[in-house]
Each structure stands twice: as C-alpha cells, then as structure tokens.
Design a protein around this ligand. Sequence first.
Ligand SMILES: NC(=O)c1ccc[n+]([C@@H]2O[C@H](COP(=O)([O-])OP(=O)(O)OC[C@H]3O[C@@H](n4cnc5c(N)ncnc54)[C@H](OP(=O)(O)O)[C@@H]3O)[C@@H](O)[C@H]2O)c1
Length: 249
Amino acid sequence: MSSDFDLTGKVCVVTGAGRGIGRGMAEGLARHGATVVLSGRTRVTLEETAAAIGERAVVVTADVSKEADVLALRDAVLERCGRIDVLVNNAGVNAIFKGIERTSLAEWQDIIDVNLTGVFLCCKYLGGAIGEGGSVINVSSVAGHGGLLRSGPYCASKGGVEMFTKSLALDWAKRKVRVNTLAPGWVDTDLTHGLLEHDVHGKRLLDRTPLGRFATPLDMAGGVVFLASDASAFMTGQSLVIAGGWGAE
Ligand SMILES: NC(=O)c1ccc[n+]([C@@H]2O[C@H](COP(=O)([O-])OP(=O)(O)OC[C@H]3O[C@@H](n4cnc5c(N)ncnc54)[C@H](OP(=O)(O)O)[C@@H]3O)[C@@H](O)[C@H]2O)c1
C-alpha cells in the first residue's frame, strides 16, 4: 500500500546530522525510504550515523556558517546524488546562558552565524537547487516563539529563523517548494543535557512541560517525515511545534 509519508527516491540533506536531533531526524527520513545526505563539521560522528542508517546514507562535511563550504556541499550532493528534494536545516549552537550585559559581540555573532546565517546560506544554495514539490524544513525552537531567560542571542536567532521561513515560503510558493519550521521543545542532547540534569533549572523546565518528560531526538522524527513528505503537501510558511505541550497554557 502506498503512503503519503513514503520518501522512496527522495534525496534529503540534513545538517548537523552527526548527533542529537539531526541524527534522530536523519534516521527517521531513512526509515521512510529516503537517501539521506548527512552533513556537519565532524566526519567521525557523521560516519557513525551513516553506519546506523546503512547504504542509503551519504556523508559530506561542511560548516554551514561558511559560504564556500555550503557551495561545496551543494555541488557534492548534486554530483553524488543527482538531485535535492528535501533540506533540513538543523545545525545549531547555543553556547551561553547569560544576560546581554555579560555577552560579548563575538558570542552573539557566533550564534547568529550558525543558527541564522547558516540557514540563509543553506536555503540560498541547497534550497535553490530543489525542484518542484520539494520541501525545506528549518529547525527553530520554542525559543523562536517565546522568550527564554538569559538566552537573547539564541532567541533572536530562532525568532529570525521563524520569520525568514515565512518570507521564503511566500517567495518559493511559485516554485512549488514548501518552507516550514519544526520547533522542538526540550530535547535531551549534548546541547541541553547539563541544563536538563540541573536540580533547579531542569526541574523548572520539566514542570512547564505538560507531558512530563523531555524529548528524545527520535521524538522529532515523525514531524520531519511529515514536513518532508506529501502528507504535508498543502502546508507552507508554518511552524510545527513538538514540545510536549510547552506553551499550551
Ligand atoms: N536540544 C534541544 O532541546 C533543542 C530545542 C529546540 C531546538 N533545538 C535545535 O535543534 C538543533 C539541533 O540541536 P541538538 O540539541 O541536536 O544539538 P547538538 O546535539 O549539539 O547537535 C548540533 C549539531 O549541529 C552541528 N553543528 C554545529 N555547528 C555547526 C556548523 N557551524 N556547521 C555545521 N554543523 C554544525 C553539530 O555537528 P558538528 O559539531 O560536528 O559540526 C551537531 O551535529 C539546533 O538547531 C538547536 O538549536 C534543540
């Protein structure tokens, strides 16, 4: 029986696919039949994800904040896979939790460079190579919908991703390329583990998560498969929040 969620024959590029949410999403896309291009800066972790996925995984290293790297990534994908159908802009960082009085310009710039400029560059070069019927999924955050304490640069970057996505969805509707965000709540990964384990802060975040647990990366897989596939064919310029009820009250 055919399924609207089937991704057989599709080429999906996932940035930040070596660990965490990106790895969970890449595994989900591959389980639904996609060829998955795994990208990130660290080859060894990408190879680990590739080994878990099997023969439909392709590894290409790139730093999304560097224009030359993103151009080379696009060229490598087109050479090795012949096409791009889905782009998942997942690579992201958040190195700091502090007020802006103690935040340096360099710290602000590092977060904006990866989380926002990286999305711009990947959309421009890889998204620009996607054909009719394709899909771009920009990973934002609940921090792109509401403020978090001591997270100004991160919230600004994710809020920027949300609005950039809406604007691009309007521009690319005529190309029949859809552009949406997937906005996770709290997911236990290298990025967040220290915070989520914290006696006070972790408990506070858990108390605000109605489903009563933090997500695993695989909790994001169903959402990305939905946004990548024909199951969401009439959806563009929207945000799919997967957050265990965070923000519902
Ligand atoms: N965890 C959460 O609770 C949560 C919640 C909401 C949103 N998010 C978002 O979800 C995404 C993934 O987060 P995560 O929790 O899975 O983080 P993570 O475990 O730290 O993984 C981040 C990934 O991004 C890659 N990356 C970082 N900088 C990069 C760069 N300049 N170029 C290319 N790749 C880069 C990393 O690989 P390399 O270091 O090898 O390059 C890694 O694979 C991020 O956009 C994050 O903001 C996370």
